[in-house]
Design a protein around this ligand. Structure first.
Ligand code: AMP
Length: 541
């Protein structure tokens, strides 16, 4: 073999940090603080504090490879930790602040976190599990008032920790394969499982993320990360900020649709990223209060399917183009994107919207295939539906310290996503369901996602979730749970029946449309069908 003659330059996050220090020290990072005040500083300021943080990690006795956890909202201190921890050589473990308390303890113990950086407002969560978490030696409290009291041992204030240190730090040369971040899946079944990212995977994922056909971001943008920083690296937006030098806006704990719309208006945001439920809520606020969101040039939506009716509402109603993307924690998270649609001037706006209802094309670096139950690869014909398997440089090859997860990896080195989809001849992916959410009725598969999209296209419907319920004759039948926009003016079950019947085959039409006040959501804001199934089984729906 003749080897190429190029440098073996390590692909580490330290390169982004250094690049941002040199080229983007003027770039602004804006946070809406828990108090409601705005905090503004530049990447140059952040860099000096990141150095202080790395010095502090040394003083706390942190070693390379140690897991250092965060339990925090989206704010500038969390941003500092996103760089200070991995560039020091340790691993940033972003804890999900919405999981049940026993899962939080599980994740801390499983990761053997040595230090936890925690928001003052979230400290009670840790106090409640203190007797269950033995690996943690230090708690660092962020945004605490001076007189803050806690029973956490060895607790120090983040600002005191940084104040004692020098704002210069010699970042170590790191192996690109060394671990940089750790994020646990939201664990809708069983215990959460850890995805351990490397510097190399984060580096490549970030480079591709900024590219035109992926998320298409630039230094001229102002980007708001509504997606939590504990959810799959906040879709890598903090690292993209350092790579590309865009103004970065962080909403702190202020995630109510009204507050978000106001922040987007006030900071002249051009790109906003988050899960569908957020944007569904925000649309109403924008219309009702007339917020000026005219600067927004892209709404990045992922984490769950974004129904056509909402894509239309944003594109046609508000003039905001949507980028619908699919991914998962195990994929860092980016898998597919419809980013390329923006450039398709050959299409009418209706054609573009139609394409964006699909999850898009695999971004460069991700390979995919769909397979049937027997493991046979299925054709890319837009009709065959099978499990999506993926491989690529930012996809896990195993779970962190979890030999039992092997069932999710094929013998020939692909990751089994647990999603079921079709691929058309050009590679356009359409997610039909999670494997466990698919409805098997009379031997035929019914896609709950497709049904939800049709039901949510009714103008009087706010949200809809479809679950499988046992049925003697058909084995399973779909049950639709519907949240109307207004209790007084809800659609009749007959109207919904006819709507679905006009889009889908007869066997797909749910036998029942049941009205509920709210669809329960998971810790990352997706419909929680596990809870709905459980409530149904308990006769509680
Ligand atoms: P998480 O790891 O919490 O981000 O969850 C990943 C899962 O969310 C995927 O496996 C999909 O089931 C679902 N998901 C993510 N993006 C989309 C999307 N655009 N459309 C449908 N499902 C999605």
């Amino acid at each position: 073999m003749l080897l190429g003659n190029m440098m073996d330059f390590p692909l580490t996050l330290t390169h982004f940090l250094d690049r941002a220090r040199r080229y983007y020290s003027h770039v602004e990072i804006v946070t809406k603080m828990p108090s409601g005040d705005m905090h503004r500083y530049t990447f140059g300021d952040a860099y000096r504090r990141i150095c202080r943080l790395s010095n502090a990690l040394t003083r706390l006795g942190v070693r390379q490879g140690d897991r250092i956890a965060t339990l925090a909202w989206n704010h500038y201190q969390h941003f500092e930790l996103y760089f200070g921890v991995p560039c020091f050589g340790a691993v940033i473990h972003t804890l999900n602040l919405r999981v049940p308390i026993h899962q939080l303890a599980y994740c801390i113990n499983h990761a053997e976190d040595r230090v936890i950086f925690v928001d003052a407002s979230l400290v009670p969560m840790l106090e409640a599990i203190l007797d269950q978490i033995s690996s943690v030696e230090h708690f660092v409290v962020i945004n605490a008032p001076r007189d803050f009291q806690t029973s956490l041992p060895n607790a120090v204030h983040y600002e005191d920790l940084l104040a004692a240190e020098s704002d210069e730090f010699e970042f170590p040369a790191l192996d690109e394969r060394s671990a940089a971040g750790l994020c646990y899946t939201s664990g809708t079944t069983g215990n959460p499982k850890g995805a351990l990212y490397s510097h190399r995977s984060q580096f490549i994922h970030t480079i591709v993320g900024g590219a035109g056909d992926s998320l298409s971001l630039a230094s001229t943008d102002t980007v708001i990360a509504v997606v939590p920083m504990f959810h799959a690296n906040a879709w890598n937006l903090p690292y993209l900020c350092a790579l590309l030098g865009f103004k970065f806006v962080l909403p702190g704990p202020h995630l109510k649709p009204y507050d978000l719309a106001q922040l987007i208006q006030d900071e002249k945001v051009t790109v906003a990223a988050g899960v569908p439920t957020l944007w569904i809520g925000m649309h109403h606020e924008i219309q009702q209060h007339g917020f000026d969101v005219s600067k927004v040039r892209a709404l990045i939506v992922g984490g769950a399917a974004f129904p056509k009716t909402w894509i239309e509402a944003y594109e046609k109603g508000l003039g905001i183009p949507v980028v619908h993307a699919w991914g998962m924690t195990e994929m860092s998270p980016m898998g597919t994107s419809t980013g390329t649609m923006a450039a398709r001037t050959d299409l009418t706006s209706d054609e573009r919207i139609e394409l964006k209802t699909h999850q898009g094309y695999a971004v460069p670096g991700v390979e995919m295939r769909i397979v049937d139950d027997a493991g046979e690869e299925l054709p890319w014909d837009g009709a065959s539906i099978g499990e999506v398997q993926v491989r690529g440089p930012w996809i896990i090859q195993k779970y962190y310290n979890d030999p039992s997860g092997d069932g999710q990896f094929t013998e020939d080195g692909w990751f089994r996503t647990g999603d079921v989809a079709s691929l058309d001849p050009k590679g356009l992916m359409t997610i039909a369901d999670r494997t466990k959410d698919l409805i098997k009725s009379g031997g035929e598969w019914i896609s709950s996602v497709a049904l939800e999209n049709v039901i949510m296209s009714h103008p009087k419907v706010r949200e809809a979730a479809v679950i499988a319920v046992p049925n003697e004759k058909w084995s399973e039948r779909p049950l639709a749970l519907v949240v109307p926009k207004s209790e007084e003016d809800r659609p009749t079950p007959n109207e919904l029946h006819d709507l679905v019947a006009s889009h889908c085959s007869k066997i797909w039409v749910p036998d029942e449309f049941r009205y509920i006040g709210e669809i329960p959501k998971t810790s990352v804001g997706k419909f929680d069908k596990k809870v709905l199934r459980q409530r149904y089984a308990e006769g509680n729906l």
